[in-house]
Design a protein around this ligand. Sequence first.
Ligand code: B12
Ligand SMILES: *[C@@H]1O[C@H](CO)[C@@H](O)[C@H](O)[C@H]1NC(C)=O
Ligand SMILES: *[C@@H]1O[C@H](CO)[C@@H](O)[C@H](O)[C@H]1NC(C)=O
Ligand SMILES: *[C@@H]1O[C@H](CO)[C@@H](O)[C@H](O)[C@H]1NC(C)=O
Ligand SMILES: *[C@@H]1O[C@H](CO)[C@@H](O)[C@H](O)[C@H]1NC(C)=O
Length: 433
Amino acid sequence: MGQSHLLPILGLLFFSLIPNQLCKICEVSEENYFRLHPLLSTMTNSKYTTGTQSADVLLSLRLVGIQNQTLIQPLSQQVKKYVGRKGSNLSSGQLALITLALGACRTADEIFIYENHLLGHLENKLQAEIENMKAHDGSPLTNYYQLGLGVLALCLFRGQYSTSQVAELFAPENKNYYFHGQFTVDTGAMAVLALTCVKRGLINGQTKTDKKDLRSIDDHIQSLVKKILSEKKENGLIGNTFSTGTAMQALFVSSDHYKESEWNCQQTLDTILKEISQGAFTLPAAAAQVLTTLMGKTYLDVDKDFSCASGLGNFNIPSHEPDTTTPPNSPTNISVHYSVKISEIYSTTITVPSGSVFLDVMEEARKKNETVFGFTVEQSSWGPYITSVQGLKANNNDRTYWELLSNGRSLSQGVGNYVVHNSEGLEVRWSKY
Ligand code: B12
Ligand SMILES: *[C@@H]1O[C@H](CO)[C@@H](O)[C@H](O)[C@H]1NC(C)=O
Ligand SMILES: *[C@@H]1O[C@H](CO)[C@@H](O)[C@H](O)[C@H]1NC(C)=O
Ligand SMILES: *[C@@H]1O[C@H](CO)[C@@H](O)[C@H](O)[C@H]1NC(C)=O
Ligand SMILES: *[C@@H]1O[C@H](CO)[C@@H](O)[C@H](O)[C@H]1NC(C)=O
């Protein structure tokens, strides 16, 4: 290509460079930092049942500028030990998240990434996801949220990936953005973050620029941002309480793709702060994701050292919050209906102490009849995840899973967190997403 051909392209790129690097961010003001106490308390007082949970918390603490080594060091050790223990059994998204957490803020932990060839492993994991999609009607080994995390980590730490493959994978009509035909905000938002990183790499000339890829990536971002904004609720939440943090990050980095009138960031922020005060973020993973956002940070800041120097700094972290959930002396019992639905429905009535969670009900039912109500769980960063009931196992290739419902409505919390109510109709249903 001659100079005369290149010039208009360069001009165009330069022109689009300016708005692209700007972020429209709304964040918690300093006088409101105390409203973040419940989040920090959840994050720092939990026992970290899984390595991914530690990675979630580590990443967040680093991004918001907390450098207290008493907190950081044990988390970093747990994450590294987890890599040693799970080795090649880590999923693509877990490996990506661990890479982001260890690589954030350019600390000595970054060496661990290179010494253990985490980026090479991640490249292979992503290829395995794509191979699985070819063999199983477009279904990845895990899910598109993890593919997004994977591309994001490779992009931020200069691993190898093909931009045209990324452009093809993340087309907004791909079925993996949808569960039960419904656009999933978490997945879309993670894709916007990944695609924005790739786009910036193309524009800044870190990656070889192909005009066609750049245009299609930009179109995908545009269309995904539109879908995310269309999931905005009247109170400002985007999707639900737990997807709003990631959605806000996606909107922070893509402000050239929507008009100011299309999103009232302050309203969303205020609603989230209200939800915090009502105790919505009791899971470390949930608290970590939203804290990053509320401090005006995004996962795209991972490779920027300035990010870690500002923010909460040596903010006084609350040690133990007084326990607000003191159980009453004589717990009253409540009774709920519980059913397992495959094609037939198996029902029973269960009595549990008030304040019990969904998992307690399932355990009581199992005591009654192991054959019908037997189940298995796996620990994950969001708590216990139901993997099988009656021996029937969820399978990503078939997009099958055990869905949790109350009075016919799908729940937005897991079995470990959802507190059941008297005479409620609980159900675990064999479903296809
Ligand atoms: C993909 C996904 C699913 C897939 C998982 C299978 C697959 N193909 O990978 C499907 C569609 C089956 C699913 C199911 C459910 N999900 Co889901 N899911 C996600 C999503 C988008 C990404 C998870 C992920 O891969 N994370 C990254 C990796 C690195 O972390 P990981 O811990 O290793 O990931 C595993 C767990 O997250 C687990 N998982 C997925 N969902 C849930 C939900 C709960 C409660 C638990 C304990 C574990 C779990 O599956 C992942 C892969 O193995 C997240 C969004 C998010 N922000 O994380 C929502 C999310 C975690 N899910 C959520 C919910 C509510 C559910 C359901 C309870 C919905 C329901 N009514 O049935 C069920 C789980 C029921 C059960 N069997 O226990 C909520 C949890 C909120 C909360 N406070 O607990 C989230 C945050 C979405 C949201 N914004 O509401 N989910
Ligand atoms: C660091 O965190 C620990 C544990 O929360 C706390 O006891 C200590 O005072 C903190 N140190 C500083 C310098 O803030
Ligand atoms: C990985 O998982 C397989 C099957 O679950 C198991 O046999 C193997 O020991 C695991 N490898 C590591 C390093 O944990
Ligand atoms: C609640 O149920 C348990 C177990 O069935 C029983 O031991 C207890 O006495 C009950 N408590 C009340 C207040 O009914
Ligand atoms: C469990 O339920 C099945 C199906 O209803 C029934 O055949 C079986 O006898 C029950 N087992 C026990 C221990 O009650």
